[in-house]
Design a protein. Sequence first.
Length: 138
Amino acid sequence: MAPGMETNWYLGKPPHASRYSIKLAYVRAYPTDMAYTTLPGQEETPRYFGRRQYTKLHTMAMAGSTIRDIHVMTMHPTLTWPQIWLNLQTAWFPDDVTSAWFMAIHDIIPTNDRLFKIHLADTNRCNHCAQTDALSPV
Protein backbone atom coordinates (compact mmCIF):
# COMPACT_ATOMS: atom_id res chain seq x y z
CA MET A 1 0.00 0.00 0.00
CA ALA A 2 1.33 3.44 -0.89
CA PRO A 3 2.45 5.72 1.96
CA GLY A 4 -0.40 7.93 3.18
CA MET A 5 -3.01 5.56 1.74
CA GLU A 6 -3.58 3.63 4.94
CA THR A 7 -7.21 3.40 5.91
CA ASN A 8 -8.81 4.06 9.24
CA TRP A 9 -9.00 0.31 9.93
CA TYR A 10 -8.64 0.95 13.65
CA LEU A 11 -12.05 2.66 13.81
CA GLY A 12 -13.84 -0.66 13.60
CA LYS A 13 -17.59 -0.72 14.03
CA PRO A 14 -18.82 2.61 15.41
CA PRO A 15 -20.14 2.02 18.94
CA HIS A 16 -23.23 4.24 18.69
CA ALA A 17 -24.29 3.74 15.06
CA SER A 18 -27.29 1.66 16.13
CA ARG A 19 -28.65 4.61 18.14
CA TYR A 20 -29.40 6.60 15.00
CA SER A 21 -33.03 6.48 13.91
CA ILE A 22 -33.81 3.84 11.29
CA LYS A 23 -35.62 6.63 9.39
CA LEU A 24 -32.20 8.22 8.91
CA ALA A 25 -30.47 5.13 7.55
CA TYR A 26 -28.10 7.20 5.42
CA VAL A 27 -26.72 8.80 8.60
CA ARG A 28 -26.10 5.35 10.05
CA ALA A 29 -23.91 4.50 7.04
CA TYR A 30 -21.51 7.44 7.46
CA PRO A 31 -19.67 6.25 10.60
CA THR A 32 -19.17 2.85 8.95
CA ASP A 33 -17.91 4.47 5.73
CA MET A 34 -15.43 6.58 7.72
CA ALA A 35 -13.26 3.46 8.06
CA TYR A 36 -12.59 3.59 4.31
CA THR A 37 -11.16 7.10 4.17
CA THR A 38 -7.43 7.74 4.33
CA LEU A 39 -5.75 9.08 7.43
CA PRO A 40 -4.74 12.75 7.56
CA GLY A 41 -1.36 13.59 6.06
CA GLN A 42 1.43 15.22 8.11
CA GLU A 43 1.08 18.55 6.28
CA GLU A 44 -2.72 18.44 6.18
CA THR A 45 -4.63 20.99 8.28
CA PRO A 46 -7.68 19.81 10.27
CA ARG A 47 -9.89 22.01 8.08
CA TYR A 48 -8.57 20.45 4.87
CA PHE A 49 -8.88 16.95 6.34
CA GLY A 50 -12.50 17.63 7.30
CA ARG A 51 -13.23 18.94 3.83
CA ARG A 52 -11.63 15.85 2.30
CA GLN A 53 -13.69 13.59 4.58
CA TYR A 54 -16.89 15.40 3.57
CA THR A 55 -16.04 15.16 -0.13
CA LYS A 56 -15.27 11.44 0.16
CA LEU A 57 -18.48 10.65 2.08
CA HIS A 58 -20.55 12.79 -0.28
CA THR A 59 -19.06 11.01 -3.30
CA MET A 60 -19.82 7.62 -1.75
CA ALA A 61 -23.39 8.65 -0.90
CA MET A 62 -24.09 10.03 -4.37
CA ALA A 63 -22.46 7.17 -6.30
CA GLY A 64 -25.71 5.32 -6.97
CA SER A 65 -28.05 8.27 -7.35
CA THR A 66 -29.09 10.28 -10.37
CA ILE A 67 -29.44 14.02 -10.76
CA ARG A 68 -33.04 15.08 -10.23
CA ASP A 69 -34.89 18.16 -11.41
CA ILE A 70 -35.92 20.71 -8.82
CA HIS A 71 -39.15 19.59 -7.14
CA VAL A 72 -41.20 22.53 -8.40
CA MET A 73 -40.16 21.69 -11.99
CA THR A 74 -41.52 18.16 -11.66
CA MET A 75 -44.72 19.45 -10.06
CA HIS A 76 -45.35 21.86 -12.98
CA PRO A 77 -43.68 20.37 -16.09
CA THR A 78 -45.72 22.41 -18.58
CA LEU A 79 -44.20 25.75 -17.53
CA THR A 80 -41.30 27.22 -19.51
CA TRP A 81 -38.66 26.86 -16.82
CA PRO A 82 -35.69 28.25 -18.81
CA GLN A 83 -37.58 31.54 -19.23
CA ILE A 84 -38.64 31.57 -15.57
CA TRP A 85 -35.03 31.06 -14.42
CA LEU A 86 -33.84 33.80 -16.77
CA ASN A 87 -36.47 36.23 -15.47
CA LEU A 88 -35.52 35.50 -11.86
CA GLN A 89 -31.81 35.98 -12.59
CA THR A 90 -32.10 39.24 -14.54
CA ALA A 91 -34.74 41.05 -12.46
CA TRP A 92 -33.70 42.95 -9.35
CA PHE A 93 -35.51 42.08 -6.12
CA PRO A 94 -34.84 43.07 -2.51
CA ASP A 95 -33.00 40.42 -0.48
CA ASP A 96 -36.09 39.33 1.47
CA VAL A 97 -38.05 38.76 -1.76
CA THR A 98 -35.14 36.83 -3.30
CA SER A 99 -34.91 34.69 -0.16
CA ALA A 100 -38.65 33.97 -0.17
CA TRP A 101 -38.57 32.99 -3.85
CA PHE A 102 -35.57 30.73 -3.25
CA MET A 103 -37.40 28.94 -0.42
CA ALA A 104 -40.56 28.57 -2.52
CA ILE A 105 -38.77 27.33 -5.64
CA HIS A 106 -36.74 24.77 -3.70
CA ASP A 107 -39.76 23.69 -1.64
CA ILE A 108 -38.09 24.41 1.70
CA ILE A 109 -40.70 26.62 3.35
CA PRO A 110 -41.05 25.09 6.81
CA THR A 111 -44.71 24.03 6.79
CA ASN A 112 -45.78 21.25 9.13
CA ASP A 113 -46.25 19.02 6.08
CA ARG A 114 -42.61 19.48 5.04
CA LEU A 115 -41.30 19.21 8.61
CA PHE A 116 -43.28 15.97 9.07
CA LYS A 117 -41.80 14.51 5.86
CA ILE A 118 -38.25 15.16 7.10
CA HIS A 119 -39.05 13.87 10.60
CA LEU A 120 -38.87 17.21 12.42
CA ALA A 121 -42.57 17.45 13.35
CA ASP A 122 -44.92 14.96 14.97
CA THR A 123 -47.80 15.66 12.60
CA ASN A 124 -48.47 17.29 9.26
CA ARG A 125 -51.58 19.03 10.62
CA CYS A 126 -51.93 22.75 11.38
CA ASN A 127 -51.70 23.58 15.07
CA HIS A 128 -54.77 25.83 14.88
CA CYS A 129 -57.28 24.22 12.47
CA ALA A 130 -56.08 20.57 12.29
CA GLN A 131 -56.03 20.57 8.46
CA THR A 132 -53.00 19.48 6.46
CA ASP A 133 -50.48 22.32 6.78
CA ALA A 134 -49.11 22.60 3.24
CA LEU A 135 -48.73 25.32 0.68
CA SER A 136 -51.47 25.51 -1.89
CA PRO A 137 -50.35 24.70 -5.45
CA VAL A 138 -48.91 27.50 -7.57
